[in-house]
Ligand binder design. Structure first.
Ligand SMILES: *[C@@H]1O[C@H](CO)[C@@H](O)[C@H](O)[C@H]1NC(C)=O
Ligand SMILES: *[C@@H]1O[C@H](CO)[C@@H](O)[C@H](O)[C@H]1NC(C)=O
Ligand SMILES: *[C@@H]1O[C@H](CO)[C@@H](O)[C@H](O)[C@H]1NC(C)=O
Length: 187
């Protein structure tokens, strides 16, 4: 029985580490869908992944947009993350325009680019807006979508205390075979 304590202790430790890392978002995304009113709307997905390796720290964007890109000139498009009041939080136009390849209008090929120093956490909840320069020189919004978190621990069933903190009860089979469902926000 005593040895069980020594097994549960490292498991509790691993759970704690897991919980800590789960509080930071590692991936956020937004889906553009057409609202039918405007059949030339942009549709598709943009995703930002947290990257931190020896040489780079920031966000890596991958995307592909299937409709809406009727102009083949990447410089005609602007991509801005705006806060809910409409203020520009991050203008990503330069990086995305450089990466954009509109080989099959109105769709783009898959593209990717990097944003140094951009923390993906800060993008969650922002509104991503795509606009396209029109013949008259004005910009028209062709896509608008809210950036969503993809944090598994936001699921509702995760409100139980850490199992490892219970003293071992010999009548129960190994609790530790369950994956960590313990993700209360420990601040
Ligand atoms: C680090 O991440 C950047 C950005 O995604 C990438 O360009 C670079 O190749 C990566 N370096 C290593 C050593 O993985
Ligand atoms: C249209 O968008 C581009 C790129 O963001 C910007 O440089 C330009 O000033 C905008 N033009 C108008 C008329 O808003
Ligand atoms: C549909 O999208 C267009 C352009 O994106 C926008 O101007 C219009 O208000 C939207 N209509 C509805 C009902 O959401």
């Amino acid at each position: 029985m005593v040895s069980k304590k020594f097994i549960l202790l490292p498991i509790a430790l691993v759970c704690t580490i897991f919980m800590k890392s789960a509080t930071a978002l590692d991936l956020v995304y937004c889906d553009f869908t057409s609202n039918q009113t405007n059949p030339s709307d942009a549709t598709g997905r943009l995703s930002w992944t947290r990257v931190s390796n020896g040489t780079f720290s920031g966000a890596h964007l991958t995307g592909q947009l299937n409709t809406g890109f009727t102009s083949q000139n990447p410089q005609d498009y602007s991509f801005c993350a705006k806060d809910p009041s409409g203020n520009v939080f991050k203008d990503m136009s330069r990086e995305i325009d450089d990466a954009l390849k509109i080989t099959n209008p109105p769709g783009t090929g898959p593209f990717n680019c990097d944003f140094s120093g951009l923390d993906v956490d800060t993008l969650s909840g922002m509104i991503m807006e795509i606009s396209m320069k029109q013949a008259d020189g004005k910009n028209a919004t062709i896509g608008r979508a809210q950036i969503q978190p993809t944090q598994d621990s936001l699921s509702p069933q995760s409100s139980q205390p850490v199992q490892g903190s219970q003293p071992p009860q010999s009548s129960q089979p190994a609790q530790d075979s369950q994956p960590a469902q313990s993700s209360q926000l420990t601040q």
